[in-house]
Write a protein that binds this ligand. Structure first.
Ligand SMILES: Nc1ncnc2c1ncn2[C@@H]1O[C@H](COP(=O)(O)OP(=O)(O)OP(=O)(O)O)[C@@H](O)[C@H]1O
Ligand SMILES: [Mg+2]
Length: 306
């Protein structure tokens, strides 16, 4: 079942088409990754899906509810962590969590239970008595994400939740989210960090200039767009003639650096490699090191949004 269904959705700001005629379908129980460069339209899409702004045109169904006709019904069932920081400076961490639970009408005993769990899960126990304004940026972000879990929801929107988190806090959050998904939560997740999307998401959409340019699973994206492999060769010593020797090889791009490093980019890098090795061998050029770099999502992403 789809819990987000979007057709021909657009949002313009004057002449800027921030979101340009997109369609989306997100399955319940999935993590849907939304990737794109700065200004691509990710946050605008999240604001549209969470009914914080209304579209210029298009239709939008969230958890089976027409989100344009009944935005408040949608808001009662979802969680949202926006990109920009949001906190009350003078509240302590525990008060901030408790107050958020109160806003969602969570009973006092349940609030206490949840708060204690979240303080542990988000490594906030030691700073529970600190005021928001005295926290580091990463700590504040963790509080902002943690408080969303004070209430129950079926669908959670996260706009770059790991921005400002250190690698271990980031991994901890991703694992926390993975566990929540196992219990039935659906997550719409934007990020710039491709390894993060690969780790967490069942499906990934890439958006560029307001348009969705690809949607697939991380592994299918790699198969579809990741045929090109990169092979790196490090020569034993500087060889200035190497670029002219290799210039006759076609169907590939070879970068030269310092006369000792070669990088081969090609969809048939293995075949190209054989030709390169033969030429190097014929000219008595010694290789010190050779490595193949598998295609990663980052390469695909950079290629697609170019
Ligand atoms: N309130 C607004 N008024 C005018 N233009 C806006 C407004 N909000 C967004 N935009 C424009 O819409 C485009 C998409 O912005 P959006 O914030 O959705 O990008 P994003 O993909 O979230 O980028 P980032 O990775 O930097 O967060 C940008 O060109 C931005 O300048
Ligand atoms: Mg954004």
């Amino acid at each position: 079942m789809s819990c987000i269904k979007v057709n021909n959705l657009s949002k313009s700001y004057g002449s800027i088409k921030a979101v340009d005629d997109i369609g989306l379908s997100v399955k319940s129980g999935h993590v849907f990754g939304f990737l794109g460069p700065n200004g691509a339209g990710k946050s605008t899409t999240i604001k549209l899906l969470t009914t914080l702004i209304s579209p210029s045109s298009g239709s939008l169904s969230i958890l089976g509810i027409d989100a344009i006709k009944n935005p408040l019904d949608v808001r009662h069932k979802i969680g949202v962590v926006l990109q920009q920081p949001s906190y009350e400076p003078t509240l302590t961490v525990e008060k901030a969590l408790d107050k958020y639970g109160m806003m969602w009408n969570v009973p006092k005993s349940e609030r206490k239970k949840r708060m204690n769990h979240l303080l542990e899960d988000f490594d906030l126990a030691e700073i529970r008595k600190k005021r928001n304004e005295d926290l580091s940026i990463g700590q504040r972000r963790r509080v902002q994400v943690a408080r969303e879990f004070m209430h129950d929801m079926d669908l959670l929107f996260l706009d770059e939740p790991t921005a400002g988190l250190d690698p271990s806090a980031r991994r901890k959050l991703l694992d926390y989210l993975k566990n929540k998904v196992k219990t039935g939560l659906t997550i719409f997740y934007t990020t710039h960090i491709l390894t993060e999307a690969e780790y967490l998401c069942d499906e990934i959409a890439i958006i560029n200039k307001g348009k969705i340019i690809a949607v697939d699973s991380p592994s299918a994206l790699k198969t579809r767009f990741g045929k090109e492999k990169t092979i790196k060769i490090h020569l034993f010593e500087k060889q200035s003639q190497v670029s002219s020797l290799l210039s006759e090889i076609s169907d590939c791009k070879i970068d030269f650096e310092n006369g000792t490093n070669l990088t081969i980019h090609s969809e048939q890098s293995e075949l190209i490699l054989l030709q390169v090795l033969k030429i190097l061998n014929d000219n008595n050029i010694e290789i010190e090191d050779l490595s193949a770099v598998p295609t990663n999502l980052e390469d695909i992403f950079l290629k697609m949004v170019k």
